[in-house]
Design a protein around this ligand. Structure first.
Ligand SMILES: C[SH](C)CC(=O)O
Length: 267
């Protein structure tokens, strides 16, 4: 089908997520880079996006979403990324853990555990899929923690337990970060911390770590996805390291759509 019919079939709309997400900025960049003048990016939330995806997929209707890996949608549906020859979405990304300045001095044990935190797409995926299949996030995370003591020992080895120190983790309700934050909450609680988690949008998440109202976040996507935030708050946070490599953002469509590149969306 011609490119125009693709645009008409989705009313020239790309189904996005929360407006502050880096993938939304990258998509606006793609709309400019590929001169998709008739196209609009619709913001909403991760949950609204996956609901729209399910509705379209079950009816085998066209849909174009802002998608990312790791995410359970690739296990549930036959999806594909649209090629991005202009590189609007960057290349391979990483998930980083960030902490407020002063964290190492105030909460050295947590600083060490958060710096050690790293796991694979498959490990995160087990939790995301359990949640997607109806398990409560805290239960899915606890089940994973119970089954992966050896992995968690790599993060906590040599770290002394604390006695009720308080720590606050900020995160955004992306399925990937719901999984990681619930796991880290349990790990830190098992190490003696009183953990609170606060779910906010991406901008407020970075702001909270930078102004110290949150101690850390597991939800920093770098180097490109959150470049605007990391530049804005340069010097006001500490990068505690990479928790996952090989992650990716882009435009994602069901495999039944006969387009392969973002260029196919041009008139
Ligand atoms: C939706 S990705 C997890 C992160 C981002 O786009 O900011």
């Amino acid at each position: 089908a011609g490119a125009g019919s693709v645009g008409e079939s989705v009313k020239y709309k790309i189904t996005g997520i929360d407006p502050g997400a880096g993938i939304m900025e990258a998509t606006e960049r793609a709309i400019t880079d590929y001169e998709l003048d008739k196209w609009d990016l619709v913001s909403g939330s991760g949950a609204a996006m996956t609901a729209a995806l399910k509705k379209a997929y079950d009816a085998e209707k066209p849909i174009i979403i802002t998608g990312w890996t790791p995410h359970w949608k690739f296990a549930k549906y036959d999806l594909k990324y649209l090629e991005d020859p202009k590189g609007s979405y960057g290349g391979e990304e990483e998930i980083h853990t960030i902490g407020r300045t002063g964290l190492q001095e105030d909460l050295p044990e947590a600083h060490q555990i958060l710096s050690n935190f790293s796991w694979s797409e498959e490990e995160m995926g087990e939790i995301m899929i359990a949640i997607q299949e109806g398990e409560k996030p805290e239960v899915a995370a606890q089940n994973w923690v119970d089954a992966n003591a050896d992995k968690i020992a790599l993060w906590t080895d040599g770290v002394e337990k604390v006695d009720g120190d308080e720590i606050k983790l900020a995160y955004v309700a992306w399925d990937s970060e719901i999984a990681s934050t619930n796991v880290m909450k349990i790990v830190l609680e098992d190490m003696g911390y009183k953990v609170t988690t606060v779910q906010v949008e991406a901008g407020p998440m970075w702001t909270a770590v930078a102004d110290g109202s949150a101690d850390a976040s597991l939800a920093a996507w770098l180097p490109l996805t959150h470049a605007t935030y990391s530049e804005k708050f340069d010097g006001k946070f500490e990068d505690l390291g990479v928790s996952m490599t090989g992650v990716k953002i882009g435009l994602v469509v069901p495999a039944y759509m006969d387009i392969t590149s973002i260029e196919d969306l041009q008139e």
